[in-house]
Design a protein around this ligand. Structure first.
Ligand code: TUI
Length: 315
């Protein structure tokens, strides 16, 4: 299975399944578990200072001998130092989010690091593919956290048609049906964030995981559209306050200030009312905490049946 999959071949991994690089909770524990289970684990650098990130990378190297990556949030104040750290540590795979990683490409490629940016539009996918990235992650706005404006279903095939590098589909994937759908759209792999939040290995506070398990299809909302950086989170006291302040004409600074430190408040302190509970729309379907190995095995083992189910409709 997957012997001819271009992503598995490119990265030397068993299954074409990426873990979304989530700030604060995409730790070495989760990333190494995903890599050990045959997928690609990613340490979510978020706003992490380089010295802490270095420790996470070393911890990940101790826990797995399989390829892993670091997801770099390009809006981080430490982005330059973090990119230098990727070179020093020879991290095998770098994924990027929330921007254009073009200026960092030559140095990373020089040392053989595979560079795979998250894109939320066809234009950026095309530009980066021409610039020499190894693959692109097309992430629809069903995802949690910082998002673009296009849904996964229209984004993925348009990106597939626009570039000649492999495409990883992200945003709304959590089971075998989703993986079959991604392949049907022309993608070569899937990336999942939300599904791995409710894993045994994810260090998110139990309150965070409980709220994700309780989520229904319409539990998430998008804040920050007027600020120019939309963020999908579970509706709670914080989002209510955000929307009230926005409607009352609060300034960008006031709204930005309201969000500061709120992800950590939810992921580590467990305050899921006043904190920011970033999660994708697929959270409505998540009902159990499983080990990373079980999550990946269930999806891979269920794939033949998911494909057979498709055929019932036309054969
Ligand atoms: O990066 C993400 N999701 C994230 S990052 C994050 S960290 C954070 N912490 C506190 C507050 C807010 C955020 C949480 N979630 N996903 C990847 C992603 N990238 N989604 C969308 C994009 C994107 C958007 C626009 C990529 C490129 C882009 O265009 C830039 C350009 O120059 O055209």
């Amino acid at each position: 299975m997957f012997e001819n999959n271009p992503i598995c071949k490119l990265l030397n991994i068993k299954y074409p399944i990426f873990q979304g690089g989530m700030a604060w909770i995409g730790t070495a524990e989760l990333a190494s578990a995903v890599s050990n289970a045959g997928g690609l684990g990613l340490i979510g650098a978020g706003h992490m200072p380089p010295d802490i990130l270095k420790q996470e990378i070393q911890k990940c190297k101790e826990r797995t001998d399989k390829p892993f990556g670091v997801n770099i949030m390009l809006m981080s104040p430490f982005v330059k130092e973090v990119m230098q750290l990727m070179l020093d540590e020879k991290v095998p795979v770098v994924t990027t989010g929330a921007g254009n990683p073009g200026e960092y490409l030559p140095a990373l490629k020089e040392i053989g690091t595979k560079v795979i940016p998250v894109v939320a539009s066809v234009a950026l996918a095309r530009r980066l593919a021409k610039g020499g990235v190894d693959a692109v992650i097309a992430e629809g706005c069903e995802s949690g956290g910082h998002i673009g404006e296009i849904g996964t279903m229209p984004l993925v095939p348009q990106v597939v048609d626009a570039v000649d590098v492999p495409v990883i589909a992200a945003g709304g994937f959590a089971d075998s049906r989703g993986m079959a759908a991604a392949f049907a759209l022309g993608a070569h792999a899937i990336q999942m964030g939300s599904r791995f939040v409710v894993s045994k290995e994810c260090i998110a506070h139990p309150n965070y995981k409980d709220l994700v398990l309780k989520a229904k299809d319409r539990s998430t909302v998008v804040t920050g559209r007027t600020l120019g950086h939309p963020v999908r989170v579970i509706a709670n006291k914080l989002t209510k306050q955000f929307f009230e302040m926005e409607a009352a004409g609060a300034s960008t600074e006031e709204l930005e200030k309201l969000g500061t430190g709120k992800l950590h408040l939810a992921t580590h302190k467990g305050d899921v009312e006043n904190g920011s509970v970033m999660i994708g729309q697929i959270s409505g379907m998540l009902e159990d905490i499983k080990s990373v190995q079980e999550i990946i095995d269930d999806i891979v083992n269920g794939l033949p049946n998911a494909v057979a189910e498709l055929q019932k409709n036309y054969l």
